[in-house]
Design a protein around this ligand. Structure first.
Ligand SMILES: NC(=O)c1ccc[n+]([C@@H]2O[C@H](COP(=O)([O-])OP(=O)(O)OC[C@H]3O[C@@H](n4cnc5c(N)ncnc54)[C@H](O)[C@@H]3O)[C@@H](O)[C@H]2O)c1
Length: 270
């Protein structure tokens, strides 16, 4: 069985730990690491088979695969060193890879040391179709994200452009631009935009539209892809995670599904 270690034991990390503990995923959870050491230790001891709690650096040495569910800073801290030690890595804070320098370094290291870097679909649906379509010619990829007003508060774009959210009484388009611009203006949307861009036509060419909708309680992501294959559209209404309302429950499930796929004898989907 593959030995995994989880860096970041918050909403997503805990869901993965519980899934391993219940036998939903056939991997061995040997270690967890978190900045909040005491909380991580308390959580570890709540599991039937408690993993060891250690630093992220120590964790890299005792696992076959590092599972990052912490932050973009953690990706920058652990990803290159894990690859240099020949470890596979799964990343949830995909936004870190919108840095062309880090993406290039990671690609070179993974090739050199024969490792894999897994980026789960996260909170969006349609990456399977996008990956297939990108073998041919893609004309456009557009992500329209509809958000409740509360999840847009304090976004840098809202503050810089002085958008008064309290005056919005109906569904309103507040941003339209490239994924590169969206990542800067709406960092909370960064993972979705990054994964979509990496699977398709890059951050400069992927278009993002952000709609503020006072009637919504869930984040809605709609993807439209056009190319020489034809056209597809997907839509997901995400239930927020109870532990972290900024994170969609589907994102945690996609991490669990990615790990489960590692040991599946039959691989379904692109
Ligand atoms: N790919 C996607 O679609 C997607 C969706 C949701 C969330 N995310 C990202 O996944 C990550 C985890 O999300 P979450 O909801 O579980 O977050 P969370 O805030 O609930 O938990 C993160 C945990 O990581 C720990 N942590 C942060 N930085 C660390 C570091 N450098 N070293 C060790 N521990 C560290 C924190 O103490 C915390 O316990 C976030 O970066 C989030 O943006 C990605």
């Amino acid at each position: 069985m593959i030995k995994i270690g989880i860096v970041g034991c918050g909403a997503i990390g805990k869901e993965i730990c519980r899934a391993v503990d219940k036998g939903i995923i056939k991997v061995q959870l040997v270690a967890i690491a978190d900045r909040k050491l005491q909380a991580a230790s308390a959580f570890a001891s709540s599991l039937r088979s408690p993993p060891e709690v250690m630093s992220a650096e120590e964790l890299i040495d005792v696992v076959d695969m590092v599972v990052e569910c912490a932050s973009q800073t953690a990706v920058r801290e652990i990803l290159p060193s894990a690859l240099k030690k020949g470890k596979d890595v799964m990343i949830m804070s995909v936004g870190a890879l919108t840095s062309p320098e880090l993406l290039k370094e990671v690609t070179l290291l993974a090739r050199k040391y024969g490792c894999r870097v897994y980026l789960p679909s996260g909170a969006i649906v349609g990456l399977d179709g996008l990956k297939s379509a990108s073998i041919g010619k893609i004309d456009s990829v557009t992500l329209t994200t509809r958000k409740p007003l509360s999840s847009l508060e304090r976004a840098p774009y809202i503050e810089q452009c002085k958008v008064d959210l309290s005056t919005i009484k109906e569904s309103t388009l507040i941003f339209e631009g490239s994924a590169e611009e969206a990542v800067k203006g709406f960092p909370d949307n960064v993972n979705v935009a990054a994964t979509l861009s990496l699977a398709g036509i890059g951050t400069q060419n992927t278009k993002i539209r952000i709609i503020a909708d006072p009637t919504l309680e869930r984040n809605v992501h709609e993807i439209c892809v056009k190319g020489n294959f034809g056209k597809f559209e997907t839509r997901v209404e995400n239930v927020p995670s109870t532990a972290n309302p900024k994170t969609s429950y589907l994102a945690a499930l996609s991490a669990i599904a990615t790990l489960r796929r590692l040991s599946d004898p039959i691989q379904i989907g692109t």
